[in-house]
Design a protein around this ligand. Sequence first.
Ligand code: HEC
Ligand code: HEC
Length: 344
Amino acid sequence: MTHDPARPLRRNALRLTLAAAAAAATLLAMAPVQSQTQEPVQPIEAAVVTEPAKVELGKKLWFDPRLSRSGFISCNSCHNLSMGGSDNLKTSIGDKWQKGPINSPTVLNSSLNVAQFWDGRAKDLQEQAGGPIANPGEMAFSHDLAVDMLRSIPQYVTEFKQVFGHDRLSIEEVTAAIAAFEETLVTPNAPFDQWLKGDKTAINAQELRGYELFKGSGCVACHNGPNLGGTSFQKMGLVEPYKTDNPAEGRSAVTGNDAERFNFKVPTLRNVELTYPYFHDGAADTLAQAVDTMGRIQLGREFSAQENADVVAFLKTLTGDQPQMALPILPPSSDKTVRPQPFD
Ligand code: HEC
Ligand code: HEC
């Protein structure tokens, strides 16, 4: 047998070609993943429930209007989970039909935000949850009265003990349970998330054009991350001042730093199709108006009617699976429970 020097070479060449093809295939397979990680927006994932009993208790408290003075207002009154976690009002209605000072932001995906409230004055959901119960313009109760009410209801007492392993039913347990429930209020699986995960048919050509504009014109400088917002405080009216009668000062009210006047937490754009009206003063009724205002005052850009429609179409791809749940049946008041005072 004569040695054919070409053979090993050919074999090597073949091996090389195969290796190159494999590498190319790997690269191709990786390409969508790579471009996805390069996107300024990331998909959100479904909530993983680790403490189901705590979440169930929090859900009851969320829907329980007895945490208000009137016995009529629950968290869900202003963050209606049938309406994108908001009330769809310019500003909320509180105790005694009081006009609220500011637009109610959605609670959906709010666990992803750096801080809570338009000015970020609560560091997390638990700290936030104590606010509305005692706020005279909202639920107008007090923490003590809320705790007394819950302690007067045997089923609640038992449930708190089961969840927390002790008898100290205090406002900390109340707010911890509400926060645990709120952490489950995420909305995965929006068409845009499916697109981010590689399904190129999940959004249509117009929606994709809208996303390219959203990215290319600079909206993503502020509306980025999994929540398309909620990561920073930014000036409302960066390029051109924003005119409003609403007295809210924004971040400076918390920090005392005048340079941060009119800085607000960048709101999430997830489910934005459901959470009208827009802005902290609720002044924009439609997405078209909000996009037009943002283009002009944040970026100095006038969108054409077509461009505006494209961005709006993109924003509507951010509506995810809404939380699905059975309505909780609340334990009845006992003979000892103090009765609500709706009219005085
Ligand atoms: C009367 C209407 C009303 C009620 C009742 C109410 N909220 Fe709110 N909520 C608002 C408004 C208005 C804001 C914005 C206030 C601000 O930023 O200054 C807000 C803000 C929030 C935020 C912050 C979201 C974010 O992204 O910044 C969370 C979370 C929240 N509320 C949860 C709750 C919980 C929990 C309850 C029940 C204990 C509750 N709310 C009851 C109107 C209400
Ligand atoms: C410099 C940061 C910044 C840029 C750039 C920016 N935004 Fe905003 N956006 C904000 C802030 C801050 C708010 C809340 C302002 C307020 O209500 O006072 C907001 C609010 C919104 C809202 C209303 C959301 C709600 O729930 O009220 C929409 C919609 C929106 N932006 C879309 C866009 C679009 C589209 C672009 C690009 C054309 C854009 N934004 C560019 C910071 C920014």
